[in-house]
Ligand binder design. Structure first.
Ligand code: FAD
Length: 487
């Protein structure tokens, strides 16, 4: 008879874990607190507009494809995507604009023409980025850091000798200031710290691994929008026999003699041989594991930044905007100081605008655009959010008006808002953090929870709050690392 696995949560890692475990011969059921799958990867539909509610940037698509191949399906028939020719459109207050072409040489030329930065600086920086990836990805992204074998294999031994070159001893900002002459380019490359909710002035230069994903490998867009990541995996899981129960909030993980034996939902007990927790780790220990020993040091680690998003239906088309757009702050250092130290919102925030209707016209009515307008904000520490949000809305509108020479408020016909408190209440993410722990020091990677419990047998963890970290590719990898441990 098949062994039974219960998964708590249907975030991307929970979905991926369900597909991997059923392929390993388990009978798998998923309990999801929400009435829908996907956790942070959901969508909002309002008055003719569709918005991807959470992630907007998609990298490393092979992590998705592997799940279909593994299940004997042709990925292209179930989940299709395109490679973006321009990864991002950058705008500054002084009128400068840069297109980050996927073609590195074209991007390097654009930077040389517009900023006077020697084109070769781009090529060299991206080579360094690929060097970090080649040395660290096998170690940090594909293996558990909590198993002895990880530290004695040949990839680890190679990396020990290269620690300095891998950026462990300097910050991202220091490294970028050496790589580039022009402050705008330093700012552009510092932005990659936000891809896991960190501060470029504190995070180690090792995180310069991220531009490698976007430039050397590519940025992609699912043809049916980001929400299709959830939908296609959910459909695959159902097709191969995973059972889902929605509105099924787990109240407790049942533990007998240091062994996880099931879960309890609204007083009903469900028994299993294996329990996988995809709920945010910190909130899981506070609630469904509250009777168990607490890994206090791991729980106390600082969290990543959060986000404030205005989903705006805009009744005009701006031809200068692409899928990903950044309107940079004039004082990036001050902005991050506000997010991570003052825990409030800077008056000149960097504004990110994601517009899927550029590639998927049916996401907005004719002659309109669906703007996902986001700024990075501190995680929730009980600030007066209503006051912060109304102030930020005013500043965002002023910035958009200045840079795009428009009156954006008069063009907004739909508005929905997501902010730290609602991110936490909708997905149970501790303090509304987008990516679990922040990576603002060189030890952060070692202070994430492992993909298994050291105290409770048969209890495993996957998702953005545990190893190897947040973001779609890492969450998919966490499910892989976790299932690879299970016989
Ligand atoms: P989550 O999505 O956190 O889902 C956990 C699930 O568990 C939820 O469905 C929740 O309802 C369920 N759950 C919780 N408690 C219980 C319980 N007791 N019982 C049952 N179910 C429970 N990543 C990128 O790669 N690119 C991006 O551009 C990007 N942008 C982002 C923008 C925003 C606004 C946000 C919010 C996130 C973004 N991310 C991005 C991060 C990415 O979305 C997350 O890292 C990832 O989706 C987290 O997945 P997860 O598997 O950890 O589960």
């Amino acid at each position: 008879m098949s062994k039974k696995a219960i998964i708590i949560g249907s975030g991307i890692a929970g979905l991926a874990a369900s597909i991997r475990l059923i392929n390993k011969g388990f009978k798998v059921s998923v309990h999801e607190a929400n009435p829908y799958p996907g956790g942070k990867i959901s969508e909002i539909i309002s008055k003719g507009y569709r918005f991807d509610a959470g992630p907007s940037l998609f990298t490393l698509p092979e992590q998705m494809e592997e799940l279909f191949l593994f299940s004997g399906k042709d990925p292209k028939k179930h989940f299709d995507y395109i490679k973006l020719p321009v990864t991002c459109h950058y705008f500054w207050e002084d009128g400068k604009q840069i297109k980050a072409w996927a073609d590195i040489n074209r991007f390097a030329e654009e930077v040389e023409t517009k900023l006077g930065e020697p084109a070769d600086h781009i090529r060299k920086a991206l080579k360094k980025s690929s060097y970090i990836y080649d040395h660290l990805a096998p170690l940090f992204m594909h293996r558990s850091l909590h198993k002895f074998g990880t530290w004695t294999n040949k990839d680890a031994l190679k990396s020990y000798l290269k620690m300095g070159k891998l950026g462990i001893f300097s910050t991202m900002h220091t490294a970028n200031s050496k790589n580039f002459d022009h402050p705008k380019l330093v700012q552009l490359f510092n932005r990659y710290a936000t891809y896991n909710g960190s501060n470029p002035y504190e995070t180690p230069a090792t995180l310069n691994i991220i531009p490698h994903l976007e430039f050397n490998i590519g940025a992609f867009f699912p043809k049916k929008g980001m929400h299709d990541i959830t939908i296609s995996l959910y459909q695959l899981a159902k097709e191969i026999g995973v059972e889902f129960t929605f509105n099924s909030k787990v109240d407790e993980i049942l533990v007998e003699e240091d062994r996880a034996v099931g879960v309890s939902v609204k007083g009903e007990e469900f028994k299993a041989d294996l329990i996988v927790n995809n709920m945010d780790m910190v909130n899981a220990y506070k609630t469904i594991l509250k009777k168990q020993k607490q890994p206090t040091k791991l729980l106390d680690q600082p969290k990543s930044s959060s986000a404030l998003i205005f989903y705006w239906g805009i009744k005009k088309v701006f031809p200068e905007l692409g899928l990903h757009n950044i309107l940079f702050s004039d004082n990036y250092k001050e902005e991050f100081d506000h997010i991570f130290h003052q825990k409030d919102i800077y008056r000149d925030p960097t504004v990110y605008i994601n517009i899927t209707s550029v590639y998927k016209p049916d996401d907005a009515p004719e002659n309109s655009m669906n703007w996902f307008t986001m700024i990075n904000v501190p995680n929730n520490q009980g600030q007066d959010w209503d006051k912060l949000i109304s102030g930020a809305r005013k500043h965002i509108i002023q910035k958009v008006n200045r840079i795009l020479n428009t009156d954006i408020e008069s063009l907004i016909e739909v508005e929905e808002i997501l902010e730290p408190r609602t991110i936490e209440s909708k997905t149970s993410s501790s303090q509304g953090a987008l990516y679990g722990n922040s990576s603002n020091n060189r030890y952060a990677a070692f202070l994430r929870h492992a993909n298994y419990s050291s105290y409770i047998k048969n209890l495993y963890f996957c998702g953005g709050s545990v190893h190897p970290g947040g973001g779609i590719p890492l969450c998919l990898l966490s499910a892989k690392i976790m299932t690879d441990m299970i016989e």
